[in-house]
Design a protein around this ligand. Structure first.
Ligand SMILES: [Zn+2]
Length: 717
């Protein structure tokens, strides 16, 4: 759960030229320096709170030990309050064998010197849970929940996966329970939701209550017009917290300096769920732009590349509007994992820098930081900026907003003197940006060298020549006089994303970006594809390299691509059904609910994986699949990714995971294989050529100390 925080001060990647704020890394004391009258607690910025939470996370294991919790229990830091004298109150949630514990929360009180002074428990002491596996299936639990619903009529479980196994520790004796969410007509309309907790052994109802649905409000932004917003209910009214998109919060920075946009920040909250008035006379209008734009950016990455948020961890980054004064800029800062938007200046009619393509641009800086992490200077800096312009543009197309239709201009809504910040079809038209590669590329500002990458992208997507796109004139202007048609923006974006996330690093320059995109195009569409050929022509058209030979024919259909790529068959040549578990339990038989998308552990790819064992007491489990046709030719193999974590020490195998084929053990792993990450395992299946086999993973634990075996991306081929 501990997230690595940026140690050094990171350069904030900005939208325009000018002073990019240098954010210092903050510690708890610094961040909570400004005392506020109130309940005696220090005022804490978002950054300071995150630092305090990170610290509490680091202390979680030793705290659990000091409190006498059992080996299966973990503490997850949830909130921290700091007294004016430095004493801390840390609120933890608890998990048991990775399951959330309802009623397991506690508050640890620490003196200024860190000494644990007392604890406030929801359920005193260590948990003793009877029965490690549920007797009821998730389906049984869902049915029981539907039958027992009180707040909704004609209840239906929205999907069976919504039955989540938890430990119910509200009563004296903790028990395993299922928490199901059922939906039906009720107080909150046709889709009223109700949570029902049933005992996982007896099916008895333990608790039931209505769940606040996600709430849609309406907004009227400066740049985005009338839109629907995802908001949350809080206090007596609503807040701009987008529960559908990683709980992204948009704050009013209240003109805090750009070096610390959180300094004077306030939440937007009000009694009605209607925000902004379409002009800057309401402080909410710019926040509507940002909330909408960041939600659309999230959706673009999720629905196009299956990426959940900037760091692909489902967590939204906070955003600040009304940052500084007369700030004609916006930026992303990885050290605070946050975004800042200025209000513009007299130079642009004081139009806030919250246009859709700007929101997409800033959030994409976060994606770059989480992937290639291209250095923000020299040619890599230009590629970093180009990446943000490319995906900011793609977000604008994706949102399909009539107030701001898609085009290849950046910031065309911002009332700049010449009508835009940058143009991708003809970068040099702004008088500064580079349209063509030259040895100067590494010397000019990154917002000018980005022109080469932007131009490449435009030509790849749209080709050469004049077009009207989104009501604006565009003109693909190659540096070598070539003429060709593009492959479309979606394919061009898939190539760029794959290159960025797979083949670029912090030092990638334009020449290696060319290589990276050619490789990505080969992966996605084939080495002899028209797509890869056009990529090479577009690079040549911005003066990088020479075009590949024409493969002939027209645009190809996608060829099979490696697992995890954005398009194509995710797992070609795999004789297994649902080897990556992304379809849940489909195709598999399991003795316990091992196939999971729980965020308590990490998948190797996608969001689902199999979590076997981890009891810390004598137990067995199996996970199997029948009727697997082993290829009759070649050297067939079973491959899978395995991550082992254990409380055991030494090389003696106390807890084991066996791989059985038709009942014969062909490989054995144990606590002795424990390591930090997933490792790919390969089992030779030559002896099974042409046969239909049963594959079984069988786990066994001894009486003491737990070992977890995580399995993902299983393949036979
Ligand atoms: Zn930027």
């Amino acid at each position: 759960m501990n997230r690595k925080t940026a140690l050094a001060a990171a350069v904030a990647a900005a939208l325009t030229l000018g002073t990019a704020a240098l954010a210092t890394s903050q510690n708890v004391a610094q961040a909570s320096a400004a005392a506020q009258p109130g309940a005696g607690f220090q005022a804490m910025s978002t950054i300071g709170r995150q630092a305090a939470l990170d610290q509490a996370g680091k202390e979680a294991a030793e705290t659990a030990k000091a409190l006498g919790l059992g080996p299966d229990e973990r503490l997850v830091a949830k909130d921290v309050l700091v007294e004016n004298d430095g004493a801390r109150h840390v609120r933890y949630d608890r998990t048991y064998r990775g399951l959330p514990v309802v009623g397991g929360d506690l508050v640890v009180h620490r003196a200024k010197n860190g000494k644990l002074t007392s604890t406030t428990w929801a359920h005193d002491g260590a948990l003793k849970v009877a029965g490690a596996t549920p007797k009821l299936s998730t389906q049984d639990a869902s049915k029981a929940a539907e039958r027992s619903a009180k707040h909704v009529k004609q209840a239906r479980t929205t999907n069976l996966d919504s039955s989540q196994l938890v430990v119910w520790a509200v009563g004296k004796v903790p028990v395993l329970a299922y928490r199901s969410t059922v939906t039906g007509a009720g107080e909150a309309g046709a889709n009223t939701r109700e949570a029902v907790l049933v005992d996982a052994a007896s099916g008895a109802v333990l608790d039931q209550y209505e769940v606040n649905p996600e709430i849609s409000g309406t907004g009227n932004g400066v740049n985005v017009g009338q839109v629907t917003l995802e908001t949350s209910q809080g206090g007596s009214g609503y807040t701009l917290t987008d529960a559908l998109h990683g709980s992204t919060v948009v704050y009013d920075s209240y003109n805090s300096p750009q070096s610390n946009p959180a300094q004077n920040a306030r939440t937007f909250s009000k009694s009605t769920n209607s925000w902004g008035n379409g002009s800057t006379s309401s402080r909410e209008s710019a926040a509507v732009d940002a909330s909408y734009g960041l939600g659309k950016t999230w959706d673009y990455y999720k629905n196009t590349f299956n990426r959940s948020g900037i760091r692909n961890d489902g967590r939204g980054a906070p955003a600040y509007v009304h940052v500084d004064n007369q700030l004609l800029n916006a930026f992303y800062d990885d050290s605070c994992f946050c975004m800042s938007f200025g209000d513009g200046s007299s130079q642009n009619g004081n139009t806030p820098l919250t246009a859709l393509d700007v929101s997409g641009h800033e959030m994409s800086h976060g994606v770059t930081a989480a992937t290639a992490n291209l250095n923000y200077s020299g040619e890599s800096g230009g590629l970093n900026e180009a990446t943000s312009d490319i995906f900011g543009t793609m977000v604008e197309f994706y949102a399909n907003n009539t107030t701001d239709p898609g085009d290849y201009y950046i910031g065309e809504k911002l009332h700049m003197g010449n009508g835009y910040l940058r143009r991708m079809d003809n970068p040099a038209a702004d008088g500064n940006s580079l349209s063509c590669y030259s040895s100067r590329a590494g010397q000019v500002d990154v917002h000018y060298s980005s022109g080469i990458g932007n131009h490449f992208f435009y030509l790849t997507a749209e080709g050469t020549g004049a077009k009207t796109i989104g009501g604006l004139p565009h003109n693909g202007t190659p540096c070598n006089g070539d003429t060709f048609s593009g492959i479309g923006k979606d394919k061009a974006a898939a190539i760029w994303y794959r290159a960025l996330s797979t083949y670029m690093t912090s030092t990638t320059n334009y020449s290696s970006a060319r290589t990276a995109t050619l490789q990505a195009a080969a992966d996605l569409y084939g080495a002899n594809s028209q797509e890869r050929y056009i990529v090479s022509k577009a690079w040549a058209a911005v003066s990088l390299g020479t075009a590949l030979p024409d493969p002939g024919g027209s645009t190809s259909s996608p060829s099979p691509s490696p697992s995890g790529s954005p398009t194509g068959n995710p797992n070609p040549g795999n004789a297994l059904t649902n080897g990556d578990f992304e379809q849940g339990a489909t195709g598999w038989t399991q003795s316990a609910n091992d196939i999971t998308n729980s965020n308590q552990q990490t998948p190797h790819g996608g969001s689902w994986y199999a979590w076997m064992m981890g009891y810390g007491s004598a137990a067995t489990e199996t996970l199997s699949q029948n009727n697997i046709a082993v290829p009759a030719t070649g050297s067939p193999k079973l491959t899978f990714w395995l991550k082992v974590t254990t409380q055991e020490t030494g090389s003696t195998a106390y807890d084991t995971l066996k791989v059985n084929l038709n009942g014969t053990t062909v490989a054995t792993y144990s606590n002795a294989n424990a390591g930090a990450g997933y490792v790919q395992k390969t089992v030779d299946l030559s002896a099974y050529r042409g046969q239909t086999v049963n594959l079984q993973f069988a786990g066994q634990e001894d009486a003491y100390l737990s070992t977890l075996f995580l399995i993902d991306d299983v393949s036979v081929g």
